[in-house]
Design a protein around this ligand. Structure first.
Ligand code: SAM
Length: 246
C-alpha cells in the first residue's frame, strides 16, 4: 500500500506515551492514521466522531486523537471489560495535563531504575501536542449486539468506525457470529451488527489478519487495502445489510 495520509514514520514518542498489556496486539500508528485518512476522504471536511467497537486498550483511538485534527469525539467499546481501564488511561492522555502526567510517570521510572532511556521517553512525551481534544467514552459492549452498542454509544453518532478485529488466541471473538444471517462468519456478523447503529453514510474500516477481510454476501467495498500481514476493508454502512437494533 502506498501511504498517502500518514507520511511520518517515527512514532517513538507515541509508543512511549501509550500503555499496553502483554498479549494485546495494537495496530501500528502509521497504519491507523492512514486508514483513518482514507475513511475521511469519503466524508468531506466535516469534523468526525470515531467509534472503535473492539477498542481493547484504546491505543487505536488514542493515536487518532493524538495525531489527527478534526476529531470531535471518540467512543470505545469492547466485549471484554478487562482492558478498558487501560483504554481510559490512554484516552486520558488527550485531556489537559494527560501527557505531562504520563511524562512524570516515566521520569519517576527513570529515577527508580536509573535508566536514562525512560527520561528520554519522558521528554519526548512532554513535547507531544494532541492534534485534537475530543470528548471520549469507554464502555463494555458486544459488537455483535446492536442493542448493547446503541446503549453504550448513547449520544455519539459515529462517522467513522475503525476496528482491529479480534484474531489469535488472546483476542479471539467473544461471541461466535458464524452462521448468523446475513453473512458468512464473525467478520460479516460484526459488520452487519455495527451498521445497525450507524447512519448510512458512515464509513466502517475493519482490519484483520491475512489477505482480505470477508464481507457479507453481495456487499461491495469502497476500498480494500493490504499492509504487511494485515488486510483492511473500507465499506459504507448503508451498503451493509440492515438488521434492526432490538
Ligand atoms: C486486536 S484487539 C484490538 C486492540 C485495540 N485496537 C487496542 O488498541 O488495544 C481485538 C479486541 O476485540 C475484542 N473483542 C472480541 N470479541 C468481541 C466482540 N464480540 N465485541 C467487541 N469486542 C470484541 C477483544 O476483547 C479485543 O480487545
Amino acid at each position: 500500500m502506498q501511504y498517502r495520509h500518514a507520511t511520518a514514520t517515527g512514532h517513538a514518542a507515541l509508543d512511549a506515551a501509550l500503555v499496553s498489556a502483554p498479549g494485546r496486539p495494537t495496530l501500528p500508528v502509521r497504519l491507523t492514521v492512514e486508514l483513518f485518512g482514507r475513511a475521511r476522504e469519503r466524508l468531506g471536511t466535516r469534523p468526525v466522531t470515531v467509534w472503535d467497537p473492539c477498542c481493547g486498550a484504546g491505543a487505536t483511538l488514542a493515536v487518532l486523537g493524538l495525531r489527527c485534527p478534526g476529531v470531535t469525539a471518540l467512543a470505545g467499546t469492547d466485549a471484554d471489560p478487562g482492558p478498558l481501564d487501560l483504554a481510559r488511561r490512554n484516552l486520558g492522555l488527550l485531556g489537559p495535563g494527560g501527557l505531562d502526567a504520563r511524562a512524570d510517570e516515566l521520569d519517576a521510572r527513570a529515577r527508580e531504575h536509573a535508566k536514562p532511556s525512560y527520561a528520554e521517553a519522558a521528554a519526548a512525551v512532554r513535547a507531544l501536542r494532541p492534534a485534537s481534544r475530543p470528548a471520549w467514552s469507554v464502555s463494555p459492549a458486544d459488537a455483535l449486539d446492536p442493542a448493547a452498542t446503541a446503549a453504550a454509544l448513547g449520544e455519539h453518532t459515529p462517522d467513522v468506525v475503525l476496528a482491529d478485529l479480534p484474531h489469535g488466541r488472546q483476542t479471539g471473538w467473544a461471541a461466535d457470529g458464524s452462521g448468523s444471517d446475513p453473512g458468512t462468519g464473525p467478520e460479516a456478523a460484526f459488520l452487519t451488527g455495527v451498521a445497525a447503529v450507524l447512519a448510512p453514510d458512515a464509513v466502517v474500516v475493519a482490519v484483520g489478519p491475512g489477505r482480505s477481510v470477508p464481507l457479507p454476501d453481495g456487499v461491495r467495498p469502497l476500498e480494500r487495502v493490504r499492509a504487511g500481514h494485515r488486510a483492511a476493508v473500507l465499506v459504507r454502512a448503508g451498503d451493509l445489510p440492515r438488521i434492526m437494533a432490538a
